[in-house]
Design a protein around this ligand. Structure first.
Ligand SMILES: Nc1ncnc2c1ncn2[C@@H]1O[C@H](COP(=O)(O)OP(=O)(O)OP(=O)(O)O)[C@@H](O)[C@H]1O
Length: 261
């Protein structure tokens, strides 16, 4: 399996304003192979978002390097990295442009990374395709192709964000607690859709979740972050043996605060 992402010695230090330096990502070494679906667990403040921000380029590393397909992208801007990574956030408002319609958002995602302007004529060319992919989700999104995304439900908006993130296959899909703001039923539906998209397109994915059950049920590798370090890295076989009880016990011992549904 080829390596898609490699973090070498990735470290982020922050000056807390009191002339003290805090290490929020601590010499992380992480190698992710093509097709791996890695669930990421960790208590509040463990460094999960910092890890994602360092990969996506929202934050620059203080030390260490980042490679995508063996190319060193440590000094690439967030914009330049956008062709490798797609990210779905927890907040449904983050992934889509609210005044633009579902079809316009999908068109934008289709031409992601290309410098072509938005051409409305193209929406009509793609309408059948957009209807097809939206109806596969099963939440009525196909009836809203001309609805501004600000008028959609949170679940529809997150499903659209996921669709947009996977429309052109990213090297790595970053899911940042993307089901956390939804009600339990909608969250389960979106998680099933997510897994289906990942399997069908053979995507490589890192998924932060606070739901231990999802971390166990989905994916083929599990990592646990604590104080900016990876303290557990379980492969497929090890993860399959792991029970919810093991995880509960582990986090109880670590006195971490993780929500369970
Ligand atoms: N810009 C910043 N300045 C100071 N401290 C920061 C900054 N960004 C993050 N931190 C700190 O770094 C630590 C890691 O934060 P991070 O958001 O990555 O954690 P997390 O695992 O995503 O937590 P949560 O589950 O609560 O979102 C926390 O202690 C946080 O307060």
């Amino acid at each position: 399996m080829s390596t898609v992402l490699e973090l070498k010695n990735a470290t982020k230090r922050i000056d807390n304003g009191l002339n003290e330096t805090k290490v929020i990502l601590d010499h992380v070494n992480l190698s992710i192979a093509q097709g791996e679906f890695v669930t990421v667990l960790g208590g509040n403040g463990a460094g999960k978002s910092t890890l994602f921000n360092s990969i996506a380029g929202t934050l620059s590393l203080s030390e260490g390097e980042l490679f995508v397909n063996d190319q060193n992208i440590t000094h690439f801007s967030e914009e330049k990295r956008a062709k490798y990574f797609s990210r779905v956030f927890q907040d449904p408002k983050m992934g889509t442009a609210p005044r633009m319609t579902v079809a316009e958002n999908l068109l934008l995602a289709m031409y992601r990374g290309q410098s072509r302007g938005l051409r409305l004529r193209k929406i009509n060319e793609q309408r059948d395709f957009f209807t097809k992919i939206c109806s596969e989700i099963g939440n009525g999104l196909e009836k809203h192709l001309d609805t501004p995304t600000g008028n959609l439900s949170g679940g529809q908006r997150q499903a659209l964000s996921l669709l947009m993130a996977t429309l052109t296959k990213p090297e790595l899909l970053l899911l940042d607690e993307h089901t956390a703001a939804l009600d339990p039923k909608t969250s389960k539906q979106l998680m099933r859709l997510t897994d289906q998209q990942i399997q069908e397109a053979d995507l490589t994915c890192l998924m932060i979740t606070h739901r231990m059950e999802d971390a166990l049920r989905y994916g083929n590798r599990l990592i646990v972050l604590q104080k900016g370090k990876i303290i557990k890295d379980l492969n497929k076989a090890e993860k399959e043996k792991l029970t919810l009880q093991d995880l509960l016990l582990f986090f109880e011992e670590e006195r971490e605060e993780i929500a369970i549904d």
